[in-house]
Design a protein around this ligand. Structure first.
Ligand SMILES: [Zn+2]
Length: 94
């Protein structure tokens, strides 16, 4: 008889899922664009996924960007208005 103290299976390579602010689907964060709030007024598109700060995620496609802009979902996520320049920057990654 073997004694197995660990509960359940090891996590292995479970993808870290994040919700896209456009289509609301849970998607592997490594293929999403991340917008991060750097300070009270500063935002950036974080393509490394490593910037510190509160982040929100979006798919790399024009549909999701359009939904995001139309519904202002980044503004809801961050509770402040995200500058237009962020949308322009996101557009360049799509
Ligand atoms: Zn999406």
């Amino acid at each position: 008889m073997t004694i197995n103290k660990s509960k359940g299976e090891p996590r292995g390579k479970m993808p870290s899922l994040r919700r896209c602010v456009g289509c609301r689907q849970m998607i592997d964060k490594t293929i999403l664009l991340r917008v991060v709030r750097l300070s009270e007024s500063g935002f950036a598109v974080d393509t490394t996924g490593k910037s510190a700060g509160r982040g929100a995620y979006m798919c790399k496609n024009a549909d999701c960007l359009a939904k995001t802009i139309k519904k202002n979902t980044f503004n809801h996520s961050f509770k402040v208005k995200v500058p237009q320049s962020i949308y322009e920057e996101l557009n360049q990654w799509i």
